[in-house]
Design a protein around this ligand. Sequence first.
Ligand code: ADP
Length: 159
Amino acid sequence: MVRALYPGSFDPVTNGHLDIMERASVLFNEVLVSVLRNVSKNCTFSVEERIDMIKASTGHLKNLKIVESKGLVADFAREQEAPVIIRGLRAVSDFDVELKMALMNRHLNNDLETVFLMTRAKYLYLNSSLIREIASFNGNVSDFVPPNVVERLQKKYNE
Ligand code: ADP
């Protein structure tokens, strides 16, 4: 039985994230998506909103759970008895950041393995901040995020 942790900001969740969640749920017995209450990043959506948006799009993945996490990912993985962290990789620029993070997480928790899943070509340039920017100018993001996220973005930027 292997439980894997997929940590991220998911501000908001995109089809790129959802693709990684679907693929991870096939590879591992249980996938715990941990939504980071990140103090260093100023998120647009609250943790509760980010969790709701993921839940609304992942009901079909029976071995997936969505939780909030604070503090270090390495500590949270230990607490949750998850020996694997999943991360998605897009461009080479992700590699640089992710390598540092994987090595540091291994230093902090020697039992932890980081597993990288390559993005699909169609999601290569997809990230949450680009989606927020387009949505804030009333642009159409429906090819990149699920319908419930389109609605939430429209509400958020029309407030
Ligand atoms: P970011 O790291 O871009 O601020 P998140 O923290 O929400 O965004 O990302 C969580 C994880 O999902 C990271 O490992 C990130 O590389 C991965 N990810 C984000 N967007 C995509 C995508 N389009 N395809 C594959 N992986 C992605």
